[in-house]
Design a protein around this ligand. Sequence first.
Ligand SMILES: [Zn+2]
Length: 191
Amino acid sequence: MCAAFPDFRLGSVLATSFTGTLSERHGSAVERIPTPHRLVDWLAVSGLAVDSCTTAQLDLARELRESIHAAATAAAVQDALPAPAVQVINDRSAEGRAAAILTPEGKRRWRLSSACCVEDALGVIAADAISIIAGERDGKLALCASPTCRAAFFDTSQSRTRKWCDMNTCGNRQKKARFHANQRKDPGSAE
Ligand SMILES: [Zn+2]
């Protein structure tokens, strides 16, 4: 663990958790997988452990991430899906050779074809993106209400009215800003 690297914001949906490794795309962007080693760390906490990653594999991962972001954003606003993004998602999905394994405890685990096969892990992420963009899962793609974020997230709330992306960091930031603005307007109320 190195404190110099930004931490991860893990959501419950693999594909949008992955797109969240670049945050504040419309503000001061934060790259959370700046090195191959950080992608290895992210894959480990996401149930897709590999032992190593090359710079070329990190490039593939980032290309997939931005393709998922583009396609999920289009799907959220009901635009036509961008063809180059769809191509990248399909290529990564087709290249992966991970197998779903049922554990004795009845949990699903992913088994990669080899421990250095980042491509297998990317295949799992691409397939996850396909399932949410295709509308196969219970939920709805939406865009975060924060103007500096605009991340695509998968809203599984019953009312489908969630406004903020995963982990609510954007929502919390907004609430805090409003709180401070109110304090400034009416300093007496803070006493
Ligand atoms: Zn957000």
